[in-house]
Design a protein around this ligand. Structure first.
Ligand code: SR1
Ligand code: MG
Length: 388
């Protein structure tokens, strides 16, 4: 039966499951710093072997028990990690065990790596990050799409990854609330006028509605669903994607867009002269994605795959979506419920500047997404420094 674990109960569970040898001397710490779950790190002090037990709570930790949340997300997460591992084992933690009733996933401890967001805030560059994430997104997208997998199987997989409760969080928090001055929003009083201006901007809202509709309806590929830099562990030569509890079948550009947005937010929190590594990561992720996806495309059994223009059309849509979704993510992380440390940890005046810039950039990404090449995102950051 479900009960939230404590550190002692997590140790007892590890012992019961036989995850360590009989003479192990176990210690445990709850290290979860995300919005939703408990994360226990259990170490055998004799050998230094360690594991992670992640447990979903029946509510959103960031808000409290007043926001109930399905435990089924733990099963979605472990199934997504296993599915991704079948395509890109090098980029996800190993899953050792999962239990639906306890809502737990037992997995590889990645403590030798650092959460990419924290490292980027500290000024680290993670030179392989974009190559790895570009490949992760391209392979998981291609192999779970109608071009890379049996089309009947794909429908069954999409059914398995129906994730209405977690999708609803994104529909509300990313695509709706920030544009309607909803009470879930959270921003500095000084930004009140900027938020009101956004709420009155029908051009922006019409374009955001189109992006929300894509998110609601386009079951293209299996997505991670929450691929921000806090969902990535990294070092100079390793990258691991964690936390796919938001996984579902959605539009191909969504994971790219969320990743780009979080790199952009880190860039806006830096001095202008230090932003180049972030722009480089965005362009390289895109280039690796296009190259890898295009190589895999040659294997496709779909009769239309080799018809001239079809691949280009898929990539064109992916680009437009990625830029538009990035704009939504930039805006919601600025004034919505869930923020990013990159910007929130700045002193007030710099934070307000960065946030106003983020709102202008987010708007421009959404409204200009169809005309904008990925390489022009960097100029767009420049062009949105000041109010026009
Ligand atoms: C209530 S959950 C808030 C945010 O945390 C998750 O990581 C997702 O990004 C979600 O939007
Ligand atoms: Mg998460």
């Amino acid at each position: 039966m479900y009960e939230p674990l404590t550190e002692q109960k997590a140790i007892a569970l590890a012992v019961r499951l036989g995850l360590f040898g009989k003479d192990a001397l176990l210690s445990c710490q709850e290290i979860g710093d995300g919005n939703l779950n408990l994360v226990f790190r259990i170490v055998n002090e004799r050998t230094n072997d360690s594991i992670i037990i992640k447990q979903a709570l029946p509510y959103a930790k960031v808000v409290g028990e007043s926001w109930p949340l399905t435990l089924k997300r733990a099963t979605i997460e472990s199934q997504a990690l296993r599915t991704f591992a079948s395509y890109v084992p090098q980029y996800v933690p190993k899953v050792y065990y999962s239990d639906e009733s306890l809502a737990i996933t037992v997995m590889e401890d990645l403590s030798h790596l650092q959460i990419a967001r924290r490292g980027l805030i500290e000024g680290k560059t993670f030179p392989k990050l974009s190559e790895h994430i570009g490949e992760f997104i391209a392979k998981t997208a291609f192999y779970t799409s109608d071009f890379g997998m049996n089309q009947q199987q794909k429908k069954k997989l999409a059914q398995q990854f129906t994730n209405p409760e977690l999708c609803k969080i994104t529909e509300d928090l990313v695509f709706t609330d920030p544009f309607f001055d909803h009470d879930t929003n959270n921003f500095e009083a000084e930004l009140r006028a900027d938020v009101e201006q956004l709420g009155q901007d029908d051009v922006l809202k019409c374009e955001t509605a189109k992006l929300k509709r894509l998110f609601l309806t386009k079951a293209d590929v299996l997505l991670h669903g929450d691929l921000h830099t806090g969902s990535i562990f990294a070092s100079d030569d390793e990258t691991k994607v964690i936390d796919p509890e938001f996984a579902f079948y959605g539009p191909i550009g969504f994971d790219l867009g969320q990743f780009f947005a979080n790199l952009l937010l880190n860039a806006l929190a830096r001095d202008e002269r230090d932003r180049e590594p972030l722009f480089h990561h965005i362009e390289k992720t895109w280039n690796v994605f296009v190259r890898t996806f295009s190589e895999l495309w040659r294997e496709s059994d779909e009769p239309y795959a080799q018809i001239s223009g079809v691949l280009q059309d898929v990539l064109h849509d992916a680009k437009i979506e990625a830029i538009g979704f990035a704009g939504c993510e930039v805006i919601r992380r600025t004034i919505g419920l869930a923020h990013v440390a990159d910007v929130d940890e700045l002193p007030l005046e710099r934070r307000l500047d960065a946030k106003r810039h983020a709102l202008r950039l987010g708007r421009a990404l959404i409204v200009q997404r169809e005309q904008l090449p990925i390489q022009a995102i960097k100029q767009l950051v420049q062009q949105t420094v000041h109010v026009n």
